[in-house]
Design a protein around this ligand. Structure first.
Ligand code: NAD
Ligand code: UDX
Length: 462
């Protein structure tokens, strides 16, 4: 039996360890977090995050070989042979690199905590996403100790996407493990390869040097986000030319060199990772004297901000250039479907833009209202939070669909239309609605990257 500790019980630490525990009943896994409320929730059936299938996986191992704890960190660290660190690494908001590089304070505190409580050698695994060469800093902190202990630091970035975390962890496209090319480094890499091999086919486990592993995580997210920004840029051109962005996506995606995934035009990408990790990459390039490379990747973020702003501007101009006092139902707060997470959600960016126009907002989401209230901060007092979409749309001038929850596509839009103010507008920021049907019901329909379907002649400067 190996004792494994994970520090950080968030979106990554919790699900990752639950799946490892499920497939490795021979090992004892403890997930520790300083947030006591979160740990209490992990120990209940009301988990701190909404993720399909997660509760079932947790229930199978919890109390057997999976434990969640907010206390006794000294003992947990000392007993563990392997420590995964999956604490948050948000974008720094102060000092050097503010607004760009990762804030490593939680990370460094964890390293010092590990050092303080250890009396045996350990493998330390970077699960968090980190700037390249962070492992070096970790090693410098850990291995300059007077105890004569050796800590072997590995990088094992996580590629799960929220909303499909369990599926991604059960059947990953690949598992990436980076380590030093030294006997101790390679022995540690093999230990972690063997751990994953309990359920992941060996040919899906990739091993690299530490820096390649750290960088690959940032690059994977940058490439994924780049595809979305690319198709979103084209969606603007489609709206001007009469091309349909879904037809364009389909046509180009059929080229096997391009492939069909991550080509869905939308109101923009969100989530805690894409923006943060690209900013991190941009900062890294700048600090390595590569301003052209930095500017290239920064454009992915600028295009995303343009797409969000363009969506708001389109709502304003379509609704006769004023939203002041108009009730608008916002369908979706989460940054994508099947998650309660609202970090960097384009829905909240659009809400802020509409509030600046003095619109009267009713925000509706099946799972993310609590997080939205927190993330909106002071603006939350100007928003009504409503779980029932029919109530949200009652008396509204417009609906904006900002998260692709399946439930939003299945509503009775006849009933909704009848309770709205005329003319009624629907802005589909995710292209999930049946446009023709919406138009037939009576809505003026705006989609991303398509011509609007209207019941009146639009003033046009084109
Ligand atoms: P999160 O905020 O959900 O969870 C991080 C947890 O770490 C929090 O619960 C926090 O209380 C805890 N923590 C912070 N300092 C601690 C300490 N000293 N001791 C114990 N616990 C501590 O973050 P997350 O979304 O799980 O992301 C974690 C890391 O994984 C980040 O680096 C992120 O970039 C990366 N990542 C996230 C995703 C994702 O989909 N969310 C996917 C891949 C990688
Ligand atoms: C992402 C990466 O996919 C994952 O590998 C990494 O570990 C963490 O970051 P996540 O942010 O959870 O995962 O979700 P993802 O499915 O990538 O979606 C990110 C955003 O892009 C969402 O707002 C989503 O709605 C949007 N998106 C995605 C599009 O707008 N169009 C697409 O075609 C795909």
């Amino acid at each position: 039996m190996t004792k494994i500790l994970c520090i950080g019980a968030g979106y990554v630490g919790g699900p990752t360890m639950a799946v490892i525990a499920l497939h490795c009943p021979q090992h004892l896994i403890t997930v520790f977090d300083i947030n006591e409320k979160k740990i209490a929730e992990w120990n209940s059936d009301n988990l701190p995050i909404y993720e399909p299938g997660l509760l079932e996986v947790v229930q199978q191992s919890r109390g057997r070989n999976l434990f969640f704890s907010a206390s006794d960190i000294a003992r947990h660290i000392d007993e563990a042979e392997i420590i995964f660190v999956s604490v948050n690494t948000p974008t720094k908001t102060f000092g050097q690199g503010a607004g760009r590089t990762a804030d490593l304070q939680y990370w460094e505190k964890t390293a010092r905590m590990i050092l303080e409580h250890s009396s045996t050698d350990k493998i330390i695994i970077e699960k968090s996403t980190l700037p390249v060469r962070t492992a070096q800093a970790m090693e410098n902190i850990l291995n300059t100790n007077a105890k004569g202990l050796h800590f072997e630091v590995l990088s094992n970035p996580e590629f799960l996407a929220e909303g499909s975390a369990i599926q991604n962890l059960e059947k990953p496209d690949r598992v990436l493990i980076g380590g030093h090319d030294t006997p101790k480094g390679q022995k540690a890499v093999q230990t972690i390869v063997d751990l994953y091999a309990n359920w992941v086919p060996r040919d899906r486990i990739i091993t690299t040097n530490l820096w390649s592993s750290e960088l690959s995580k940032l690059v994977a997210n940058a490439f994924l986000a780049q595809r979305i920004s690319s198709i979103n840029a084209i969606s603007a051109l489609c709206e001007k030319t009469g091309a349909d962005v879904e037809e364009v996506s389909y046509a180009i995606g059929r080229d096997s060199r391009i492939g069909p995934r991550f080509l869905k035009a939308s109101v923009g990408f969100g989530g805690s990772c894409f923006k943060k990790d690209i900013l991190n990459l941009v900062y890294l390039c700048e600090s390595q004297g590569l301003p052209e490379v930095a500017a290239y990747w920064e454009q992915v973020i600028l295009m995303n901000e343009y797409q969000e702003a363009r969506f708001v501007a389109n709502m304003v101009s379509s609704m006769f250039n004023t939203l002041a006092g108009k009730r608008i139902a916002i369908f979706g707060a989460a940054f994508k479907a099947n998650t309660s997470d609202t970090r960097e959600s384009p829905a909240l960016a659009v809400c802020r833009g509409l509030l600046a126009e003095k619109a009267d907002l009713v925000l509706c989401d099946p799972h993310a209202l609590e997080n939205a209230r927190v993330d909106l901060g002071e603006d939350a007092s100007r928003v009504t939070f409503e779980k029932d979409p029919y109530v949200a749309a009652d008396g509204a001038h417009a609906i904006a669909v900002l998260t692709e929850w399946e439930a939003f596509a299945k509503l009775d839009y006849h009933r909704i239309f009848d309770a709205m103010v005329n003319p009624s507008f629907i802005f589909d920021g995710r292209n999930i609605l049946d446009r023709a049907k919406m138009h037939e019901i009576g809505f003026n329909v705006y989609s991303v990257g398509k011509q609007p379907l209207l019941h009146f002649k639009q003033n046009s400067t084109d």
